[in-house]
Design a protein. Structure first.
Length: 125
């Protein structure tokens, strides 16, 4: 039953995060026609702030409900943008005194992520 409730919390948060991302995309100009991708940029920055806020509150408050963290961090922020998770993980690596792992994670994520998108486009042709 606990796993089902956890799953429902993540699912509800993901729905709200994804819907919010969609709405931001409707309100802010995108990259269509070669413009700057303001919507994605705004979502990534806002998602990083929100995840930092949730993680910070959860880390400083032993009574923070773990299911609320699942709803907000894993669900909402994950549905809104995975960039926020990427940034939170990078911060953890730096806080843990692992600058080499941090540098590798950033460089490999950017390089391999870009290569994977390019490869996906090539396979789609």
């Amino acid at each position: 039953m606990k796993t089902l409730l956890d799953l429902l919390a993540v699912g509800a948060g993901s729905f709200l995060g994804g819907a919010s991302r969609f709405l931001v995309g409707k309100w802010l100009p995108g990259a269509a026609g070669g413009g700057f991708p303001w919507a994605t940029f705004a979502v990534n920055v806002a998602g990083c702030f929100l995840l930092g806020l949730v993680a910070g509150c959860a880390g400083r408050n032993a009574g923070f409900d773990p299911r609320l963290r699942l709803l907000l961090a894993t669900g909402f922020c994950g549905g809104f943008t995975t960039f926020s998770t990427f940034m939170e993980e990078n911060l953890s690596l730096l806080r843990d005194g692992r600058p080499g792992a941090f540098a590798l994670y950033v460089a490999a994520s950017l390089a391999l992520g870009f290569a994977a998108v390019l490869l996906g486009h090539q396979f789609a042709k």
